[in-house]
Design a protein around this ligand. Structure first.
Ligand code: SF4
Ligand code: SF4
Length: 116
């Protein structure tokens, strides 16, 4: 996902169409405090192993990010746009596009806006 110029629109709701584009786009998936521990527990591996095998340092060294595949997609994206860690996915993933967006996001995301 593109993480530049993030902003929030708390009141808007969207229904994700599971196109998977946000999991394949440029940018990084940042891990917030506690998320490495939560994902490691879900994967049933130690935190040390999860960090070593599934994460890397943010380009600006501000946090850990999920590793990307060679094609740039998230390494946890599988099959027909299935997130392998969906129940514990990072808040960055969970919040798009409900809680944050980026300039030009509508050219990529086909989520349907809803009233409720
Ligand atoms: S963690 Fe899941 S939702 Fe987030 S980018 Fe990776 S595959 Fe997509
Ligand atoms: S780009 Fe939008 S519609 Fe497609 S998977 Fe991501 S949030 Fe859902």
């Amino acid at each position: 996902m593109n993480m530049t110029q993030v902003f929030y629109q708390e009141k808007r709701k969207f229904i994700c169409q599971r196109c998977g584009r946000c999991c394949r786009g440029p940018g990084v998936v940042k891990l917030a405090d506690g998320e490495a521990e939560r994902i490691a527990a879900f994967l049933n591996v130690s935190v040390e192993r999860f960090v070593a095998e599934f994460t890397e340092l943010h380009p600006r060294r501000i946090c850990l990010v999920l590793q990307a595949r060679a094609d740039g997609g998230c390494r946890f994206l599988a099959g027909k746009n299935v997130c392998q860690i969906n129940p514990v996915k990072p808040a960055q993933c969970d919040g798009f596009p409900h809680r944050w967006q980026f300039p030009g996001w509508r050219e990529m995301c086909v989520a349907v806006e809803t009233e409720g």
